[in-house]
Design a protein around this ligand. Structure first.
Ligand SMILES: NC(=O)c1ccc[n+]([C@@H]2O[C@H](COP(=O)([O-])OP(=O)(O)OC[C@H]3O[C@@H](n4cnc5c(N)ncnc54)[C@H](OP(=O)(O)O)[C@@H]3O)[C@@H](O)[C@H]2O)c1
Length: 326
């Protein structure tokens, strides 16, 4: 498709976008012209876009990489190709990386102009909400279970935030690795959202016999005081894989106790491990689509962004929050 034809396809059209004007506020839903196609870029009609903790950190101005304002947040989206020199028109894709939603406008908009290199094909028929939201939890769960915690069959593994997006997939991946899984949640209403076959336990009950003795590994998606309370539950030479810090960026450790406990505390960083786990994450997408694995998703129209943000911030959201832009 030539550049002039591409322009004709979208010229004059207006498009909704959530535009952030000041860090620490929420983006406003505005009408703006559809972005003009550019060489090296793909124009996407977004169908779904994820609202994740990373995006909220950007909105708050509390991430190491921030856009110049005004800007459209949204680091992950899924949609249909409207115009591209490299990707077939009409194909379903997901977009992520190359500074999307960080250094450049992201996916919280009906249309996004994204670098060709940020476009990844998705099997036709995939739910766009799943397409835009599976990679981070699936890749992180795989990296945490297999690359960092190196879970072995028969081991006892405790997963915190077990009803969250990363936590619930981590529970399922660890169980498939042959582990006996204990899923920890912060509030009683989430006990029922911990995937089977994990034993669901309240964080407040973690230090008691509810966990049923020492564990071989902890995969912690919550951080702060939950990580502090989980550490003593690990057997000597056991492992703790740290994924997130929704409950707090800091905790205090007594170094003498830490040495005596002889437990490894290792970070899981999907940014550095993304390529290494990509094929495994894509395989998990196939299984999610087939219903063999589950990832809970809450869907919101773009006008309901404040509700999605509030539920994520309060920790009441169950699984992924996604903007439905279709
Ligand atoms: N390291 C990496 O590469 C990587 C990749 C992806 C995500 N992450 C991080 O992993 C963490 C989990 O991500 P996610 O997508 O699974 O998030 P999520 O679905 O929102 O789950 C986070 C869980 O944290 C718990 N929580 C405890 N205190 C909280 C608070 N004050 N505010 C919000 N939640 C609180 C909640 O569970 P309870 O109610 O059960 O306590 C909630 O379900 C996030 O910090 C995210 O940034 C890291």
């Amino acid at each position: 498709m030539s550049g002039s034809v591409r322009r004709a396809a979208v010229s004059g059209e207006m498009s909704r976008a959530l535009v952030l004007e000041e860090f620490g506020t929420l983006p406003r839903l505005v009408e703006r012209p559809v972005p003009e196609p550019q060489p090296g870029h793909t124009l996407v009609r977004m169908l779904a876009s994820q609202v994740a903790h990373l995006d909220l950190n950007v909105v708050d101005g509390k991430f190491g990489i921030l856009p110049e304002l005004p800007a459209v947040p949204g680091t992950n989206g899924a949609g249909i190709v409207l115009a591209s020199d490299t990707h077939p028109e009409g194909s379903l894709l997901r977009v992520n990386g190359k500074g999307l939603g960080l250094r450049r406008d992201g996916c919280w908009a009906d249309h996004a102009l994204v670098p060709d290199a940020a476009v990844i094909a998705v099997p036709e028929g995939t739910d766009p909400a799943l397409a835009c939201s599976f990679f981070s939890p699936a890749g992180t769960a795989w990296a945490a279970v297999h690359s960092v915690a190196a879970v072995q069959p028969g081991e006892r593994v405790l997963v915190t935030g077990a009803a969250g997006a990363v936590g619930s997939l981590t529970v399922q991946v660890a169980a498939r690795a042959g582990a006996e899984v204990i899923g920890v949640v912060g509030r009683a209403e989430k006990l029922d959202h911990v995937p089977v076959p994990a034993k669901a336990v309240l964080a407040a009950d973690m230090p008691t016999e509810a966990v049923g003795g020492p564990v071989d590994a902890v995969i912690d998606t919550v951080g702060g005081p939950v990580l502090r309370d989980a550490l003593p539950l690990v057997r000597p030479r056991g492992r703790v894989a740290l994924v997130g810090y929704t409950a707090g960026r800091e905790f205090t450790v007594d170094l003498a106790d830490f040495l005596l406990a002889d437990v490894s505390l290792v970070p899981v960083n999907l940014m550095t491990r993304g390529k290494e786990v990509a094929a495994d994450a894509e395989r998990l997408l196939t299984e999610l689509t087939a219903g063999e694995l589950s990832l809970p998703i809450e869907r919101y129209g773009p006008d309901r962004l404040p509700e999605a943000v509030e539920r994520l911030r309060k920790g009441t959201a169950v699984g992924r929050a996604v903007l439905d832009l279709a």
